[in-house]
Structures are given as C-alpha cells and as structure tokens.
Design a protein around this ligand. Structure first.
Ligand SMILES: C[S@@+](CC[C@H](N)C(=O)[O-])C[C@H]1O[C@@H](n2cnc3c(N)ncnc32)[C@H](O)[C@@H]1O
Length: 289
C-alpha cells in the first residue's frame, strides 16, 4: 500500500501501521471519520473519507491545516518559502534555525511551523511548559536541498487537493468534546499519547485521562478503534488487560527507533481496540487476543 506522508511530522506517527489500521477500520458511507488526536493526520489522510473531523489539542497543527484549507499555505508558496529560508539556513547555519524558532514562538506563522518541523532534531513537535516550541536544530544546514523541498511540496499538494475534494474540518479541541459529538453513523479513530512517552505541553497524558477516554469510548454510539500499546519487554498495559473481555483487541509487533542506530530498536506490541467485529476478521485469520 502506498502511504502518503503528511508535511508535519510528530512523535508517535503511525506511518508504519497504516495498512493494519485501514484494513480493520469500517467507515459507513453516511458517517464522518472522527479523529480527536490527529497528530500528523497520517491515518485519516490515507483513509481519504468523504467527511471528516480532524481535531487536536495542539493549536499549531490545526492552524496549519486550516491555512491549507483557506489557501494561505499552498504547495507553490511553501516551495518558495522553503527555498528562500533553506538558502539562508545553508548560509548561516544553526543561527538561522534559532531565528525562525524565535519568530515562530512570537508570531506562530504556519510556514515557520513547517520549516521547524522539517529542520528540527528527529522531526518531533515539542513545546515547553510556557507553550514555546523548544526542539533543537537537526544539525543539517543543507537540509532544504531541491529534492527535499519537492518532497515536502508534494506532501502539501496531496492535502491541498484532498481538502478541495472532501468535506474535512480541522478543530482545536479537547478529545472529550469531540467524542461526545459522535453519532452512531460516525467512525471514531483514537490515537492518544502513550502515557509516560513523549511527554510535553500538548502531550501530558495521565491514567486519569486514559480512564476518562475509556469511559467515553464505552458510552459512544459510534464504532471506534483505539490505538494503544499492549506490552514491551518490561511492562504490560494493565488498563488494556481490563478491557480485553469487553472489546476486541488486535495485536501486532512494531519497532520504534530510539536514536539513529539500527541497534537501538525497541520492540513494542501495538494494540487496536475495537467495539465491533470487523468483516475482515471473518475473511482472514489474524492474530488476536
Ligand atoms: C500519538 S499522537 C497522534 C499521532 C497520530 N495518530 C499520527 O499518526 O500522527 C497524540 C496526539 O494527541 C494530541 N493530544 C494530547 N492530549 C490531547 C487532548 N487532551 N485532546 C486532544 N488531543 C490531545 C497531541 O497533541 C498529539 O498530537
């Protein structure tokens, strides 16, 4: 399956699990795709639903996609912007990155957000307690070579044409409000932060949040799919174990990279929790608990 990678990256991005997720997602033609923790948006963007509500607590992600919808950010303008700022970066080095970071923290312009997301260390989005973007430079002054700019431009063009073709909304909201708005025609895909990993200003996730999410999911009339972790070498997700007899749990091994070395691969069993039995399960034999 060809996966379309979005222009803004984020920690916990599900690029490598798209095939698995889309195989079991069951969207009804009349309903909306509802994604309260959109992050990079890679899951919904690859589902290409006719109607969708994408939401996140991080306002910069939402502003970026609304800027594509309104035409403030286009592939053509992004190309010119990245060529110009990329040339300054090549000339001045990391001081230019920090200048843009300061400019973004003051003016919060979506073009600056795009630049930072693609020039920062490890492509993560992280904000400090004051809500300021604080990821350091990725140490590559020649980052914005023509092929890389073309790649990013094409990623924006993909979203640009999708928002023209489909009825997609982008809303900055807490997950509770979004889940409460769902009806039985909707398909709800939830990918909350994994507790204890990637914590930052917009990713603080406690056991209380997890509990509330499960309560809301238990009560929703919509079909839902929840991405979560099942276990790793050291721990089991106990909260998930408590849900195993109420919902269907599909599992799969996934490797997360920590740092640049191939040796630093952490195996994690990923889980999909569903409140329905997908038709696909009857057609094929899959590993489920
Ligand atoms: C694991 S990421 C989602 C990754 C996404 N599925 C992807 O593949 O790129 C979790 C997202 O939840 C958002 N988030 C954290 N707390 C939230 C809350 N209370 N309400 C809504 N979104 C929240 C974060 O800003 C982050 O973008």
């Amino acid at each position: 399956m060809k996966v379309h990678v979005p222009p803004i990256k984020c920690q916990g991005i599900k690029t490598k699990l798209i095939g698995w997720i889309t195989e079991f997602a069951e969207l009804s033609p009349a309903g909306r795709w509802v994604e309260p923790f959109m992050g990079s948006g890679v899951v919904g963007f690859n589902m290409r639903p006719e109607r969708a509500l994408f939401a996140d607590i991080n306002p910069h992600i939402i502003t970026f996609y609304n800027a594509i919808k309104s035409g403030y950010v286009t592939a053509t303008k992004a190309k010119a912007f990245l060529e110009r700022e990329g040339a300054f970066l090549a000339q001045k080095g990391e001081s230019h990155y920090y200048q843009i970071r300061e400019r973004f923290n003051t003016g919060q312009d979506p073009f600056d957000f795009l630049f930072l997301s693609r020039a920062c260390f490890n492509g993560v989005i992280r904000f400090n307690k004051k809500g300021r973007y604080n990821v350091p430079f990725g140490h590559k002054p020649e980052r914005f070579a023509p092929a890389y700019v073309t790649k990013i431009t094409n990623q924006i063009r993909y979203v640009e044409s999708a928002v023209r073709q489909y009825d997609w909304s982008f809303v900055c909201a807490d997950f509770q409000d979004i889940i409460r708005s769902c009806t039985e025609a909707d398909f709800l895909y939830c990918d909350p932060p994994y507790a204890g990993r990637h914590t930052d200003y917009f990713n603080a996730w406690s056991e209380k949040d997890e509990q509330l999410l499960l309560e809301l999911l238990s009560a929703t009339p919509a079909k839902f799919m929840l991405s979560t972790w099942h276990s790793n070498k050291y721990r089991q997700n106990l909260m998930l174990a408590q849900q195993a007899d109420r919902f269907l749990v599909l599992t799969r091994e996934h490797f997360y990279h920590v740092g640049a070395s191939e040796g630093n691969r952490n195996a994690m069993i990923e889980a999909l929790v569903l409140n329905y039995t997908p038709a696909r399960l009857y057609e094929t034999s899959v590993c489920y608990k």
